[in-house]
Design a protein around this ligand. Structure first.
Ligand SMILES: [Zn+2]
Length: 200
């Protein structure tokens, strides 16, 4: 009889679930479903044909071709999006749509590079990625976001904003980031679409 392999696989699956689904509400989709559906949606609406791989449930401190992981990121060197365990947990303090936003934001960085973006200022790059994330989420054909989801997205974008305006890594203030993602989302519902995310 050979059970070892099977049991190991089952226990890994259980650990993965326990590690990521709390504090999940019953009406919310779990992280794996959210990430898969969002990724499929992103592939459909992105016109740059960015083709990043996704690694999720990554622990902080894991090494990558872009250095040690300290938070979710897109690494151009491996063309891979890393979504950390900590960020999945943080996202679910808001809800499932917040996790979709994190993936969409990192995917937007892959699309910026694939699309030949000439932006060099970190704050502009980050705010455009927020805007594109909002646009993508609103434009996805098979995934829909209700008012509560949109509120979750705005709240997490606000939460990850910072006030370090003199820091070269400044990603945008809470207000700017929430506004950027909402602008993109709104753009997706209008004719001008992605033009809403062009930095003038
Ligand atoms: Zn970013």
């Amino acid at each position: 009889m050979k059970l070892g392999k099977f049991l190991t696989r089952v226990s890994i699956a259980i650990i993965t679930l326990i590690g990521t689904t709390q504090p999940l509400r019953s009406t919310e989709l779990g992280p794996e479903v959210v990430l898969n559906a969002t990724y499929q949606g992103l592939r459909k609406v992105d016109i740059t044909r960015a083709n990043p791989k996704v690694r999720w449930n990554v622990r902080n401190g894991t090494s990558s071709p872009c250095g040690r992981i300290t938070g979710s990121l897109y690494c151009p060197r491996s063309n891979t999006i890393y979504i950390t365990q900590q960020h999945i947990k943080m996202a679910y303090q808001y809800g499932d749509a917040a996790l979709a936003y994190i993936l969409a934001h990192e995917y937007a960085h892959a699309a910026q590079i694939a699309g030949g973006s000439r932006l060099r200022n970190i704050t502009q790059i980050e705010l455009q990625a927020d805007c594109l994330a909002g646009y993508y989420m609103g434009a996805m054909p098979d995934v829909s976001f209700d008012d509560k989801d949109i509120e979750e997205i705005a709240r997490i974008a606000y939460q990850v904003g910072d006030y370090e305006i003199n820091n070269s890594q400044h990603h945008g203030t809470p207000k700017q980031r929430a506004l950027a993602v909402l602008t993109g989302f709104q753009g997706s519902q209008q004719e001008n679409g992605m033009a809403a995310c062009q930095i003038r």
